[in-house]
Ligand binder design. Sequence first.
Ligand code: NAD
Ligand code: USQ
Length: 402
Amino acid sequence: MRVLVLGGDGFCGWPTSLYLSDRGHDVTICDNLSRRKIDIELEVESLTPIRTIGERLHTWREVSGRTIGFVNLDLATEYDRLVALLLELRPDAIVHFAEQRAAPYSMRSAATKRYTVDNNVRATHNLLTALVETRVDAAIAHLGTMGVYGYGWSGSAPIPEGYLTVKVPTPDGDLEREILHPANPGSVYHMTKTLDQLLFAFYAKNDGLRITDLHQGIVWGTQTDQTARDERLINRFDYDGDYGTVLNRFLMQAAIGHPLTVHGTGGQTRAFIHIKDTVRCVEIALKNPPAAGDKPMVLNQMTETHRVIDLAKLISDTTGADVAYLPNPRREAEENELIVRNDQFLALGLDPTTLSQGLLAECTDIATRYMRRADLTKIVSRSVWRAGMETSGDLMTELPEA
Ligand code: NAD
Ligand code: USQ
C-alpha cells in the first residue's frame, strides 16, 4: 500500500512509519515538526535523544534499505500544498496522527486552548475537504482517544465501540436508534477529538469517505522492533508534566528515584496500550477499512485498564519508589469504573501485549540510561484546569550520584 502518515515524526507516528515501511508499504511522512517546536517553547526535551527527521530517515535507509519520504507541511494552514501532495502521491491509505495531543498543554492558557482547537479541527477538516476535492480515494485511519467517552458516565456498563443503541420514546412506542456515543471530554484537547468525530460522520455520509476512528487509550513503552535497531532511530520519551503520560512518567520517576506523582487519590481508571500494539493496530485498521457509504468505523484501540494508584503500587513494589499524593491539577472524577469493549481488534487478529515485568523493565532501563538528560523542574505537572489549582515546589532537586 502507498501510505501517507500525517504526524509521522511523533511518538506514535515515527514507530508506525517504520513498522509500515518494514512490512513493505511505501511510506511518506508529512509533519510540520510542531511537536519539536513545543519542546523548545516548554524548555524540555525528550528523555531519549531523538535525532533530526533527516538523520532518522537516513538511518532507516541505511539499516533497512528502504526509503521513507518526508514532506514538511502544516496540515492546518497549508491547504493548497496538501491538495498538491495528495494529487502527487495518490495514497491508498492515510494515517492521521497530526494533532496537538497533550491534555495539560491544551489547558495551560487561552493561547494553548486556541492553538489546540485551531490546529486539530482545521487539520482534520482540511484533510477531509482535500480528499473530496481531489477525489483521491484513500482510506483514513485517524487516531482518536478513549477520552471522548468520558469517565464514569455510564457507571459499570461496558463502553461500546463508538456507537450506542438507544430507545427513543414516540406516541407509537419506542424506536430503536444507533447514535454516536455521547461525548464527554475532560479537556480542550479531548474536546477536539469529539469535534473530529462529527466531521467524520458528516463526510462519510455526504461524500462516502472511508474513515476509521481509532479510540486509543494511553500509550506506554518507548521502543518497537524497528526503533530499537539503531540508537539513531530511538523513539521519543516524554516525561514532563504536560506531554509525559502517566505510566511512562511513573517508570521514569522510579528509575531516577523521584516519588511517583499520583494525582489526587489515584482512583482514576484509564485504558492502556503498548506502543508495539499501536503500530500493529494501525496496520490492521488500514487493511480492513469500511466501505464507501458506511458510517465511520470506530475501534477501541486499547488492551487493558488500570487504576492510576494500582500502577503506582505495582511500580513502587518492584522498584522501592515512594508514592506522592499530589493535589490533582485536573478537574476529573476521583474514582471511576472503566470496562471497554475491544472485540473488533481481537476479531481482526490483535494479540494484546499486556503489562509485564519485562516490558516495564525495558522502559525503566531506557529511563536509567538517559536519566542525566532529565530536568527535575519539569516533572511535577503545573498546567491546571482552572485558576487557583496551581501547585508549587519540586519533589526532588538532585539526581542520584552516577
Ligand atoms: P505527538 O505530539 O508525539 O505527535 C504528533 C505529531 O503531529 C508531531 O510530530 C507533530 O509535529 C505533528 N503535527 C501536529 N500538528 C500538525 C499539523 N498541523 N501539521 C502537520 N503535523 C502536525 O503525539 P503522539 O503521542 O504521537 O500522538 C499521535 C496521535 O495519537 C494524536 O492525534 C493523539 O491524539 C493520539 N493519541 C495519542 C496517545 C498517546 O498516549 N500518546 C493516546 C491516544 C491517542
Ligand atoms: N496522572 C497522574 N499522575 C501523573 C500524570 C497523570 O496521576 O503524573 C493521571 C491524570 O490525572 C489522569 C491519568 O493519570 O487521571 C491519565 O493522564 P495521562 O496524562 O497519562 O493521559 P491523558 O491526559 O488522558 O492523555 C493521554 C494522551 C492523549 C490521549 C489519552 C488517551 O496524552 O493524547 O488521547 O492519553 S485517554 O486517556 O484514553 O483518553
